[in-house]
Every structure is written in C-alpha cells, then in structure tokens.
Design a protein around this ligand. Structure first.
Ligand code: ATR
Length: 262
C-alpha cells in the first residue's frame, strides 16, 4: 500500500498541496497517496486521530486549524513553538509531532530568487499568524533588522515583545502602518489585504529593493506599487512550494529541488 498523507482544513477544496506532493513523489520515486480532508469546524481532533489510527504517515494543516494543531501536539520543533502554529504533523512511536514549515518555505523561496538575506533589513507588513511564523526563520537566515508594521500598532508591539527573546541576534521593532518610512532590503506583505481585495498604500519615502507578497493569484496593490518602482518582486507561490518541500522532507527524508517546481 502507498504511504498515506493528507491536508486538513475547512474549506479545503482550493488546496494545492495534493498536486504538489504528488509531483514531488513522481520526481523522487516515492510511492504515496496525498488526499484532502475536510474537517468540521468542531471536529479537527477526531479527524486527526482517525487519520493516524488508519496508518496515516503525515498531515498538513491549513486554515483554520493551525493553532489547534499546535495545541494538540505532544512534541514540537523550536520553530513551531515560536510560531505557536503547526502546519505539519506526523506520528512517531505513538507521539504526535508538529512542525511549522511556512517560514522556512518563505526563506527557501527567497533564496531560489537569489535575493540575499545576509545582514538584511526587512520590513514585514502585518502582525497576524503569517508574520509570527516567518520571523524566526528569516532571522536564522541572516536578517539583522526586522520592522513589523501593522494597521493595529498594539498587535505589532505584542508580536515584538513575544518574539524578541527568540531572536536576540536581530533588532526587532514595531510601527504603525501610517508611520512607514526608511530603507529596507526587502519588504514583505503578510497582511490579508490582497485576499480581501483591499489596497495597501506604500509612501514615497519608504524605500526598498525587493518586494514579496505572501498571497498569490490575486490582484495586489502592494505588488503594483513595487512593480512601478521597477524592483524585483515575487508573489507567494514559491513560499507555498517551499513549505510543502520542507514537510515532504520531514516525512520522507528526501528534499525535492524547489526550482524544479516553480
Ligand atoms: P494571518 O494568520 O493570515 O496573518 P490574521 O491573523 O487575520 O491572518 O492577520 C491579518 C493581518 O492582515 C493583520 O495584521 C491585519 O491587520 P490588523 O491587525 O490591524 O487587523 C492585516 N490586514 C488585514 N486587512 C488589512 C487592510 N485592509 N489593511 C491593512 N492591514 C490589513
């Protein structure tokens, strides 16, 4: 029987994970089956237990269950503890393990673009779960200064205070969206603005050399403004592939090459 994998969420129909994992499997010669699982909003834990009791090997977790997955795990990686969210589950000796591969997925996508993170200064817009998940991997990859800008300043300040001990090698600070200024190597849009079709306005006196939009396949005013400045830009498909590769590696000990799947 093929090794069994799944992605769990609600909704789940839109998920690209089965397609990606089947492509990785084909490339690496691993015999697996990867399915979508729609869990009821109050049925996450039961669904996970059922999957692993039927010899499931690994599961990806998507909206809205990443925090519940974090709470359910008996063993967590350092980066999952810091993210307080889990997107990758596996069972080992009867112990449910959890990791968060989103941040490393972003780092790998940025590296695949040949954008240099060494000693970089990064501005992240947004202070939700998406931002929380990427700060530690970005700092481990070389970011030296990270500014978190958010519409609700208090949320950015909270994130900085939660994370600063985890990344002592970098300078973390918070600012309001209305106070955006300065010079950055990279600016990342980690808000859900593009998903809901809202505009983000980047002031002229904010300077940056690269722009990454975490969403993909949506019109993005953030990217439009970056495009107008004629700098290198990317949307989030690479991050999606990157987090999937990292999960595939945890489960199968083989790492497909990200550039083969962009
Ligand atoms: P996620 O887990 O995807 O990060 P989230 O926790 O709901 O989702 O966070 C969404 C982020 O997008 C927040 O930083 C939010 O700003 P607030 O904290 O002020 O709500 C930001 N956001 C959403 N819509 C926005 C908009 N139209 N303009 C600016 N920021 C927006």
């Amino acid at each position: 029987m093929s090794k069994q994998f799944a992605v769990i969420g609600n909704p789940i129909e839109h998920s690209r994970s089965p397609e990606l994992h089947h492509r990785f499997a084909e490339k690496t010669g691993i015999d697996l089956e990867y399915k979508k699982r729609l869990a009821p909003l109050d049925g996450f834990e039961n669904n996970v237990n059922e999957f692993f009791s039927q010899n499931g090997i690994g599961m990806n977790v998507t909206v809205p269950f990443k925090e519940q997955a974090f709470a359910l795990c008996q063993q967590l990686t350092e980066r999952a503890k810091i993210a307080k969210a889990v997107n990758t589950l596996w069972m080992k000796n009867g112990v449910l393990h959890g990791d968060n591969t989103d941040g490393q997925g972003l780092v790998d996508a940025i590296r695949a673009l040949d954008w240099d993170l060494t000693n970089s200064q990064i501005l992240i817009i947004g202070a939700g779960g998406a931002t929380r998940g990427v700060i530690y991997p970005l700092v481990k990859a070389g970011a030296k200064k990270v500014v978190i800008a958010n519409r609700t300043l208090a949320r950015a300040e909270q994130l900085v205070s939660d994370l600063k001990n985890a990344v002592p090698e970098a300078e973390l600070s918070a600012c309001g969206l209305d106070k955006l200024e300065g010079q950055f190597d990279l600016i990342i849009n980690a808000t859900s603005a593009s998903l809901s079709g809202d505009a983000l306005i980047l002031p002229e006196n904010l300077k940056f050399n690269h722009a990454y939009e975490m969403a993909y396949g949506k019109p993005s005013s953030f990217l439009d403004q970056a495009r107008a400045r004629q700098i290198p830009i990317s949307e989030g498909y690479g991050m999606l592939v990157g987090q999937a590769i990292e999960a595939f590696y945890i489960w199968n000990s083989v790492r497909p090459n990200l550039k083969d799947f962009l």
